[in-house]
Design a protein around this ligand. Structure first.
Ligand SMILES: NC(=O)c1ccc[n+]([C@@H]2O[C@H](COP(=O)([O-])OP(=O)(O)OC[C@H]3O[C@@H](n4cnc5c(N)ncnc54)[C@H](O)[C@@H]3O)[C@@H](O)[C@H]2O)c1
Length: 254
């Protein structure tokens, strides 16, 4: 897809894979809206790429509606939407202090799953008004971020794995429904990627995690995620599917 002057949106764009993706899309000539709960972080990324930074809570109905109204006015209706916003707090089902706090489970589902769906539904509604840009009638593409934890959730990841499993399961029905508008829906399931989410863990935990990746035996770079996003944007046969980006890792129980 030609991204020159196209409006695109990246959630979670203040950090990690979202920030790298915002920069990668801008390098292709896109006009990027950077959405993040951390408005300062969104503005920092946006400033680097002459984009639009907005403070947004993806799990909140009004917040996402308002952000999309503002970005459509400023940049136009987005052709590409990449959802990277997410949180990954760990907690056991039966912990030392008692059962998994229910409000923590609900918060993870709310941000990672409800937030992804919230952005998808608002973005897709707007995209239906776009002119098709390919002979097949493609109007746009929505790319979500799950995790390999959707398939091999570790001990302590009950909430996180459930939320990402929901994102995986959302992909096909959304792609099927939006097909008649020429809107594709894809999901990337990263393994271990070197972003603040991982790099804030203790060094010994990081070293042990990295050795679990068969090849290449290292964390993925956020830019390798960006490369996959750009390929999905360009390859319109990719639709309704989940791609693992993981160096063949299969997470151990803990
Ligand atoms: N880093 C990894 O190894 C890894 C692996 C698998 C999946 N993921 C997923 O990739 C995505 C990006 O993660 P990352 O590693 O770049 O993490 P990160 O912590 O660097 O970035 C996540 C961003 O999301 C934002 N955010 C959190 N809650 C939000 C909300 N309610 N509304 C809007 N923004 C919100 C944060 O402020 C942050 O800037 C996440 O969905 C994460 O679950 C990460």
């Amino acid at each position: 897809m030609n991204l020159t002057d196209a409006a695109v949106v990246v959630t979670g764009g203040g950090s990690g894979m979202g920030a790298a993706t915002a920069k990668g899309l801008a390098a292709r000539g896109a006009r990027v809206a950077v959405l993040d709960l951390d408005g300062d972080a969104a503005s920092r990324t946006a400033k680097e790429i002459n984009g639009l930074g907005l403070a947004v809570d993806v799990s909140d109905d009004a917040s996402v509606q308002q952000a999309f109204e503002a970005l459509v006015q400023n940049l136009g209706i987005p052709r590409v939407v990449v959802s990277c916003a997410g949180i990954a707090p760990a907690s056991r089902v039966v912990g030392r202090e008692g059962p998994h706090p229910l409000d923590l489970f609900q918060r993870v589902i709310n941000v990672n799953l409800v937030g992804t769906f919230n952005v998808l539904r608002v973005a897709a509604t707007q995209m239906t008004a776009l002119e098709p840009v390919s002979e097949s009638g493609q109007r746009g593409v929505i790319i979500n971020t799950a995790s390999v934890a959707a398939f091999e959730g570790q001990i302590g990841q009950a909430a996180y794995a459930s939320s990402k499993g929901g994102v995986v399961a959302l992909t096909l029905p959304a792609a099927r429904e939006l097909a008649r508008f020429g809107i594709r829906v894809m999901t990337i399931a990263p393994g271990l990627i070197g972003t603040p989410m991982l790099l804030n863990m203790p060094d010994d935990v990081q070293a042990s995690l990295a050795t679990q990746v068969p090849f290449p035996q290292r964390f993925g770079a956020p830019e390798e995620f960006t490369d996959l996003v750009l390929h999905i944007v360009d390859n319109e046969m990719l639709n309704g599917d989940v791609i693992r980006l993981d160096g063949a890792i299969r997470l151990a129980p803990k």
